[in-house]
Design a binder for this molecule. Structure first.
Ligand SMILES: [Zn+2]
Length: 396
């Protein structure tokens, strides 16, 4: 069983060990090595593995993955084979691990505050590339948090971070363990490792943690969405919180410059712009509708059909809302029949007192269908002339 050096010192970036076992990796050109002792963290409890290097007499290998097996052996995936018995010097990517510790430490603080303030239990942690998420079971099956609750949790956790309280990890004896006020029951029964963060959080955890709450830096909740009957809270901590702030500020500044207004007034400016745009669209549509109606009237021909005014119109594409408004208005009066092609979109309509089925007619000349008084479909503009000839032959 590999001795896990990160249990004692989570900031140990370099260490010496010996390769005890070697096997082929899962991917071609990779090998897996177990050491007698290692500071590399294997993926577990939602915290991803460490990466880094292993130097040995005669070269170095990159560590691209780390996992532990059921026996407690830590296996390091390498891009070079290192033989059994070789002494190695391990070097961990400290920036990657520090980032993981900031997110993981912040998760403890957030879960502790959710438990204390809202009696919510936290189910799982997922530490992702961009942000981290926890699923929270809230009393009364609630799957969301209010804006005030989010703000209260952020303020609580950040105040505790600023207190820079000690974070301590240890393996208590069974007797001591039984007396500890843990946030939730451990999932293992042997070698239970406890982490305590000031008096805010105490729970069983085998992960790596910053030395004090101050080193978590800051915590920001990004959003809360319902997921499988729970509230899924996504958040960022430490350097990631600053990076998110910088990204959002950049985008807010750009939006402010585009709308010529200060960032604080962005939401008002955006909703004003939206309603002005909607009004302009309504005006443009009204104008287009009027123009189209005029086009229909100019195309009218009373000679074609006995007692019915037929308008056959072929035109370019138009806004569908303007088309429906113009057609509806045109056929609202008596004795009208309209054959319209807007690009490849066909609309055939007639007044209520005209007894010709538009759905049937449109299917005879193109694709589509609809009601007896109004039908739509697709076809070449020439379909309009074909339909006109049919009507002239059959209804004269
Ligand atoms: Zn932990």
């Amino acid at each position: 069983m590999t001795e896990r050096l990160y249990y004692e010192d989570a900031y140990l970036w370099e260490f010496d060990g010996t390769v005890t076992r070697v096997r082929d990796g899962r991917k071609p050109g990779t090998w897996e090595a177990a050491l007698d002792r290692s500071a590399f963290y294997p993926t577990s409890g939602g915290q991803p593995f460490d990466t880094g290097l292993m130097r040995f007499d005669g070269g170095e290998a990159r560590v691209t993955d780390v996992e532990s097996d059921r026996e407690g052996e830590v296996w390091h995936t390498l891009d070079r084979r290192i033989s059994e018995g070789t002494a190695v010097h391990g070097i961990i990517d400290g920036a990657r691990r520090t980032d993981h510790m900031e997110q993981h430490g912040g998760e403890h603080m957030l879960a502790g505050a959710i438990w204390e303030k809202l009696q919510g239990t936290t189910i799982g942690l997922h530490l992702g590339q961009e942000d981290s998420t926890i699923d929270v079971q809230l009393p009364g099956e609630r799957t969301h948090l209010t804006e005030d609750e989010i703000r209260m949790l952020e303020d609580t956790v950040n105040a505790r971070i600023r207190q820079d309280a000690e974070i301590r990890c240890w393996f208590p004896e069974a007797e001591e363990l039984a007396r500890l006020p843990l946030r939730k029951q451990p999932t293992v029964s042997e070698h239970v490792r406890i982490v305590a963060m000031g008096d805010f959080e105490m729970v069983a955890c085998g992960g790596t943690h910053p030395a004090s709450t101050g080193r978590i830096g800051a915590l920001k909740i990004l959003n809360v969405i319902p997921a499988k009957g729970k509230a899924r809270v996504s958040f960022v901590c430490g350097s990631r919180a600053m990076a998110v702030f910088q990204k959002y500020m950049r985008s807010a500044d750009k939006a402010g410059a585009a709308l010529s207004c200060p960032v604080e007034k962005l939401s008002r400016a955006a909703s004003e712009l939206k309603s002005r745009l909607a009004e302009a669209e309504r005006k443009a549509n009204r104008f287009e509708t009027k123009e189209m109606l005029e086009e229909f009237r100019q195309a009218e021909n009373r000679e074609d059909l006995k007692g019915i005014t037929l308008a056959a119109v072929i035109r370019d594409e138009a806004d569908p809302r303007a088309v429906s408004a113009a057609v509806a208005e045109y056929i609202s009066g008596p004795g009208k029949l309209l054959l319209l092609a807007c690009g490849e979109k066909l609309t055939f309509g007639r007044s209520a007192d005209v007894d010709i089925d538009m759905g049937v007619l449109i299917r005879r000349v193109g694709r589509g269908g609809g009601r007896p008084d109004l039908a739509g479909g697709a076809g070449i503009p020439e379909c309009v002339n074909v339909a006109r000839k049919i009507l002239k032959t059959e209804y004269r």
